[in-house]
Ligand binder design. Structure first.
Ligand SMILES: [Zn+2]
Length: 499
């Protein structure tokens, strides 16, 4: 069937329809070995080199659950405020796909390890509590590579290859409850949720959460209903959205597209869709399977998982400070407003400022440099703050040099430029560029005398009591010392000599 080509402009769509979003996030766990065998999980190995009879599903092989993967999943569940099952089973999800060697996937169905949690996310200046329906554990599939075509998709390909290295890597799926009531902020809320979840997972050290390598993948559900409707609309599921920006764009596009479908009096089909990074659109994939299509049943080759309560409490006690708590602590310690914190977070400066403070800088100084001079440099060069060729320790050292009076703020900018240009540490840049303030009395007196001699008219005014004119002579001293003079001391010397 052909799809409607037109879209309804975003604001217009929102004026008539209410979006409901939901997110299913797959996280590849960072365990050393796979979920049910001892094969390594290293990314980027030679295709089909990290495989064995178990993850290839050869007859007679038996899986054994990876304890570390279960522990990681419990960590995630606890951090997401979930209840941890006292007893649960894995289930077989039956479907046929070339990248799934067993022709079924070991997953969890009606007995997930973690249920009923929540994650708070901040969007548009307010907090949205996103309900977490479940966190369950499964194994990843292999990877099909479609060769010979222009797009890398199966359509137009000449042949396909399959790599089973990824088959059996432990995968956690975090499923939200439907999120309603965010209106025009729905795309931003989806992005904020994935960002918060990614930061949370990173703080738990359970995954490297690299979206570009596929260790964090999102399926984005969107439905629209007319504003007055009492029931939600039919949802679509856009698969494998692989960047934070794409999550936001996918939601936005689906709102505009579904509004056009509904405006035309048609029905939104329940289907999976593909997101296209190049133009930000989605196109229809397969019609969505119902759970019954998978013929789930308890996995007979594995014993049930019954996490001991003491073990769960030990895991809870070992959780690190989570990102939201850390942000609240930093905000209090640094004395910042909610808006200021959001700005730092959006600029990707939070961790950098934290590390700069840890390296001895004051919070005000760290914020001033990262959000000022360095943010400007990042913007000019089109890079992220974190990718700049300067470390928090180096920024802290620049602050310390200002504190010690070795340089002033203006010179500090030159020092930062030098460090960014690869001229070495701040001290090396100060030495090599000769940036240290001239506070040596002899050198300063010499410069003051030269300034007086070169400006006899101004000197005469000051002698007549017009001390405000001293500023011009201070300027001359600064010029002569290329901005390195201690201006306060220079002024004192000028007035002393002309009194
Ligand atoms: Zn294996």
């Amino acid at each position: 069937m052909t799809e409607l080509a037109q879209l309804v402009p975003y604001d217009e769509a929102l004026s008539r329809y209410e979006p409901v979003i939901g997110l299913e996030t797959h996280v590849e766990l960072g365990t050393a070995t796979k979920m049910f065998c001892g094969c390594p999980t290293t990314f980027g190995l030679e295709p089909n080199s990290a495989v064995c009879p178990v993850c290839l599903g050869l007859p007679g092989s038996l899986p054994v659950a990876n304890r570390a993967a279960i522990e990681y999943t419990i960590r995630i569940g606890l951090a997401l405020n979930c209840s941890i099952a006292t007893w649960c089973r894995f289930a077989r999800k039956n479907y046929f796909y070339p990248d799934m060697p067993k022709d079924f996937q070991i997953s969890q169905y009606d007995e997930p390890l973690c249920t009923d949690g929540w994650l708070d996310v901040v969007t548009g200046g307010s907090t949205v509590r996103v309900g977490i329906e479940r966190v369950h554990l499964e194994e990843d599939t292999g990877k099909s590579l479609h060769m010979g075509g222009a797009t890398g998709r199966i359509h137009g390909a000449e042949y396909s290859l399959v790599d089973y290295n990824r088959a059996g890597i432990p995968l956690v799926e975090v499923v939200t409850r439907p999120v309603a009531g965010t209106g025009a902020l729905a795309p931003e809320t989806a992005r904020a949720y994935v960002t918060e979840l990614r930061d949370l997972l990173r703080s738990l050290s359970v995954s490297d959460v690299r979206m570009e390598e596929g260790s964090l993948r999102c399926d984005v559900n969107v439905s629209l209903a007319p504003r007055a409707a009492t029931e939600w609309g039919t949802r679509t599921e856009t698969k494998n959205v692989n960047s934070l920006r794409s999550v936001e764009r996918a939601v936005r596009f689906e709102i505009e597209r579904q509004a056009a479908v509904l405006d035309a009096g048609q029905k939104v089909l329940q289907e999976t869709r593909h997101f296209h990074e190049d133009n930000g659109t989605t196109t229809a994939g397969r019609s969505k399977e119902e759970a019954q299509d998978y013929r789930y049943f308890p996995e007979p080759d594995l014993v049930p998982v019954a996490p001991d309560r003491d073990w769960v409490e030990q895991i809870r006690a070992s959780l690190p400070e989570l990102p939201a708590a850390r942000r609240a602590r930093m905000q209090a310690e640094w004395g910042l407003s909610e808006l200021e914190m959001t700005q730092l977070q959006n600029a990707g400066a939070l961790d950098l400022i934290g590390a700069t403070v840890a390296a001895g800088a004051s919070a005000a100084d760290a914020r001033k440099w990262w959000m000022g001079e360095l943010a400007r440099h990042a913007k000019e060069t089109g890079t992220d703050l974190a990718a700049l060729a300067i470390t928090p320790a180096q920024v802290a050292r620049v602050g310390a040099l200002v504190q010690a009076g070795t340089i002033n703020d203006k010179l500090a900018r030159q020092v930062l430029d030098g460090v960014l240009a690869g001229e070495g540490d701040p001290d090396a840049v100060v030495a090599a560029r000769g940036l240290a303030i001239v506070s040596d009395e002899g050198a300063l007196t010499e410069a003051v005398d030269a300034a007086i001699a070169a400006n006899p008219d101004i000197a005469a005014k000051i002698r007549d009591g017009k001390t405000a004119a001293a500023g011009a002579l201070v300027g001359a001293v600064m010029k002569q010392t290329r901005g390195r003079a201690d201006a306060t001391r220079a002024r004192e010397l000028i007035l002393e000599r002309l009194s």
